[in-house]
Write a protein that binds this ligand. Structure first.
Ligand SMILES: CC(C)(COP(=O)(O)OP(=O)(O)OC[C@H]1O[C@@H](n2cnc3c(N)ncnc32)[C@H](O)[C@@H]1OP(=O)(O)O)[C@@H](O)C(=O)NCCC(=O)NCCS
Length: 146
């Protein structure tokens, strides 16, 4: 996610802008954003999972993104979030396909996708701008109604 000149991602104002943009996308059926909440500890947000770019018609497709607080990794939270979102895409949204893109060296994310039933499609060169540069990504897809 890019930040504008002179604006920090980590300000209430910018976070509010992001939330408003997500809700606007949700209201027109193009995005479903969830946050993962630790209810045992002051209900703080420990991650997120989002279906973006939802397209209906003959494509019935969405892109999947997710992150989990690094202090809580390796507890199965990421895997559970991905399963939840793909189940929702199938049962509630009636989508046909979900796509996810990982950096080539992101082994934890690749493991999560493989276990959730995603298949690797191949490498898309310079697919996303991550950490300031266009980086190759491994594309994965899950066909929901095979
Ligand atoms: C990728 C990410 C979502 C994994 O979250 P998580 O809650 O740790 O995921 P899980 O606990 O379900 O772990 C999945 C697998 O990765 C492994 N793993 C998780 N973190 C790891 C780490 N830092 N180093 C090595 N392996 C790791 C787990 O052990 C597990 O493998 P296993 O089932 O063989 O034990 C999290 O690290 C993250 O938010 N990364 C940054 C953002 C990102 O990469 N998002 C995905 C974009 S495609």
């Amino acid at each position: 996610m890019g930040t504008g000149a002179g604006r920090s991602l980590f300000t209430p104002r910018h976070q509010l802008d992001i939330i408003r943009a997500k809700l606007a996308q949700h209201s027109v059926g193009q995005e479903v954003p969830w946050v993962l909440v630790n209810r045992d500890d002051h209900a703080y947000i420990v991650g997120a999972v989002t279906l973006t770019g939802i397209v209906r018609g003959p494509f019935l497709n969405a892109n999947l993104g997710y992150w989990v607080d690094a202090s809580l990794n390796r507890r199965g939270i990421g895997a559970a979030a991905v399963r939840f979102a793909t189940d929702h895409a199938r049962t509630e949204l009636g989508l046909h396909r979900v796509q996810a893109a990982t950096l080539l060296h992101n082994e934890p994310s690749r493991k999560i996708l493989k276990r959730a039933g995603f298949r690797e499609i191949g490498v898309a060169p310079q697919y996303l701008k991550i950490a300031g540069r266009w980086q190759d990504h491994l594309l994965h897809q899950l066909v929901l109604h095979g």
